[in-house]
Design a protein around this ligand. Structure first.
Ligand code: PAF
Length: 286
């Protein structure tokens, strides 16, 4: 497995692969990789000839009071995981390689980004779309892989790819959980042992809400009230949002009808903001 720190190195390698007629999969990450990322790389490796993993803590998607500086990093460990999972190249640029000092071009969306995480993180999705758009231009993959854990991000990227004709297949992959249900996240490392236990209220709420919907409940408020009650019973947890939205438009729904819905939450456990969700697709086999 190779590592690269410059755009030029990545372009040269990808061109060589494409000359050989090989397909390329991209797994964009911010590093500090865990089993969730590994599952994306493994899936990508099964569906493409060569896999590029980007390992870049993207400054433009962090707000001024967010955890850019303290975001966990361990490049050596990341490389081991990437190699085991079947990656061919890890792209690990410095911020200066990705952004010129006078960079002033962003990918901004008029819709989808003002709900859920976009409400409290107003510049987050502009930063995500911009860096992912840049990675798409640098790597020119056939397919790119994103986890359902960041379900709003997945919907936003799909829309961006459609609207800007990137011609890349976006593959959404299931949430990977710890044995006790907590969704895997690089930010779980911020949790104290007590907070780690408290954090289980998220997955408990997700599983309870999902079961209600699968059992036939169609009123969003009924499902969301039950989910909120589970989280509110946990003294260390504070809800940012628990909402049900149409999975395509990311607009709130009052009832589940024929279109897929995303039931998503962000919850502070101590100072750590965690997210979790389920997607319900009416008509899809359970
Ligand atoms: O999901 C993430 O880790 C990031 O938002 C992404 C897609 C790698 C862009 O920085």
């Amino acid at each position: 497995m190779q590592t690269a720190t410059t755009v030029a190195e990545v372009r040269e390698q990808v061109r060589a692969w494409k000359r050989e007629g090989l397909t390329v999969g991209l797994v964009p990450t911010m590093g500090y990789l865990h089993e969730g990322h590994k599952s994306l790389i493994v899936r990508a490796a099964a569906e493409n000839d060569r896999i590029v993993v980007s390992d870049f803590v993207n400054p433009t998607q962090f707000g001024p009071n967010e955890d850019l500086e303290s975001y966990p990093r361990d490049f050596d460990r990341d490389c081991k995981l990437c190699e085991e999972a079947g990656a061919a190249l890890v792209f690990h640029p410095e911020p200066s390689e990705m952004y010129a000092p006078d960079a002033c071009t962003y990918i901004n969306m008029d819709a989808l980004t003002h709900e859920l995480c976009g409400l409290t993180r107003p510049i987050h999705f502009r930063g995500v779309c911009t860096v992912v758009g840049k990675l798409f231009n640098i790597v020119t993959p056939d397919r790119a892989y994103f986890g359902q854990k960041d379900a709003q991000q997945l919907a936003v990227i799909r829309r961006m790819v459609r609207d800007l004709n990137f011609g890349i297949e976006i593959v959404g992959c299931p949430i990977i959980r710890e044995e006790d249900g907590l969704a895997k996240s690089s930010r779980n490392t911020y949790l104290s042992p007590e907070e780690r236990t408290a954090a289980l209220c998220l997955s408990r709420a997700v599983f309870a809400g999902q079961k209600m919907v699968e059992d036939g409940e169609r009123d969003a408020a009924t499902v969301l009230d039950a989910m909120r009650a589970i989280i509110e019973a946990e003294p260390l947890a504070k809800i940012d949002y628990v909402k049900m939205v149409d999975f395509d438009s990311i607009e709130q729904v009052e009832r589940i009808e024929d279109a897929p819905v995303l039931c998503a939450m962000a919850v502070y456990v101590g100072k750590t903001r965690l997210i979790d969700n389920f997607i319900y697709e009416p008509g899809a086999a359970a």
